[in-house]
Design a protein around this ligand. Structure first.
Ligand SMILES: Nc1ccn([C@@H]2O[C@H](COP(=O)(O)OP(=O)(O)OP(=O)(O)O)[C@@H](O)[C@H]2O)c(=O)n1
Ligand SMILES: C[C@](O)(CO)[C@H](O)COP(=O)(O)O
Length: 289
């Protein structure tokens, strides 16, 4: 069986949930969009070049997709790609961006073993599927899919996922056991009056929330899915195509396999590998990088 591993980074989203800060004032945009001062060292990439990413400005009138927002002077996508490149077993990182994306070339310039393609689709699953179709892989080669929005992936977590899949010969994902008491509410937490919108982590509209507890959900067997998620290329593409044909919405690769009765492995991930989703996440992530 093949031990070839390529990584796919879906990076064609717009990051709508990261945008609420503009309604709440300058908030974190000012802090995270600044280029480093001249000569400032970047932890994983050597000396950053002043001005290199100066075109990566977030602007309420022309929002920069979150994967290009600067964290410690470098685009989030670049951090995510570099995290994958830390493992020499990954032979190539393939980044899938939106058609006509003007930022990828600069964001990824100079990274070894990295290519990008403008094959992004209307959903994360569509983007991953297009990236899989774009690359010529044998069905039993491995693909490891990692969100551009998870730049904090530690090398140790990545290595343990790869070790686990190669040892078992089947696919798995990083995930975190749920640590808090879990409530099911009467209203979606995504409802406009529940979501955190304050740049300082406050929830300005919280007073208006109409949500109440419906039940406490036993958490012992619950895990929060992270990425990377690693599967055989042929099996993953077939599963994504089957989900698409059935009109099923799958928000991660594992779900596509689960629909077909497969049981992906769960490998403990890391709190540092959280997905930058909400406005306050940029500042948090910068502390980890
Ligand atoms: N059509 C899409 C949608 C998302 N993604 C990617 O999937 C990853 C995880 O998605 P998420 O964090 O939900 O990003 P967005 O969809 O951009 O965010 P939002 O849902 O807040 O708009 C990101 O790297 C994002 O760029 C993608 O490649 N193609
Ligand atoms: C794949 C994922 O990162 C697992 O947590 C996540 O599902 C992708 O983001 P989305 O918010 O579900 O689109």
């Amino acid at each position: 069986m093949s031990e070839k591993i390529i990584a796919i980074v879906p990076a064609a989203g717009i990051g709508a949930r990261a945008r609420a800060e503009h309604a709440a004032g300058p908030g974190l945009a000012g802090k995270t969009s600044q280029a480093p001062s001249p000569g400032q060292d970047t932890p994983m990439g050597g000396m950053s070049q002043p001005g290199r990413f100066q075109g990566f400005r977030d602007d309420p009138a022309a929002p920069l997709p979150k994967q290009y927002r600067l964290l410690k002077g470098e685009p989030m996508l670049r951090w995510a790609a570099k995290a994958l490149l830390a493992d020499p077993r990954i032979s190539q990182v393939r980044v899938a961006v939106a058609a006509h994306d003007p930022w990828a070339e600069t964001a990824l310039a100079g990274l070894a073993r990295t290519v990008w393609r403008g094959c992004g689709g209307p959903s994360r699953a569509a983007t991953v599927m297009a990236a899989l179709q774009d690359v010529a892989l044998a069905p039993d080669d491995w693909v490891l899919v990692h969100d551009a929005a998870r730049p904090g992936l530690p090398a140790r977590a990545l290595a343990s996922l790869i070790d686990n899949c190669l040892a078992r010969g089947s696919g798995a994902l990083l995930a975190l056991p749920v640590g808090d008491t879990v409530k099911r509410g009467t209203v979606s937490g995504y409802a406009a009056d529940c979501v955190l919108t304050g740049a300082d982590g406050a929830a300005p509209a919280a007073a208006a929330s109409t949500a109440v507890v419906e039940a406490t959900v036993p958490r012992e067997t619950l895990w929060l899915a992270q990425t990377p998620q690693m599967f055989r290329a042929g099996q993953l593409l077939d599963a994504l195509l089957a989900a698409q044909a059935a009109g099923a919405v799958v928000t991660d690769e594992a779900s596509a396999l689960e629909r077909l009765g497969k049981r992906p492995g769960l490998v403990p991930g890391s709190a540092r590998n959280f997905k930058v989703t909400w406005p306050e996440d940029f500042e948090l992530m910068e502390k980890w990088l």
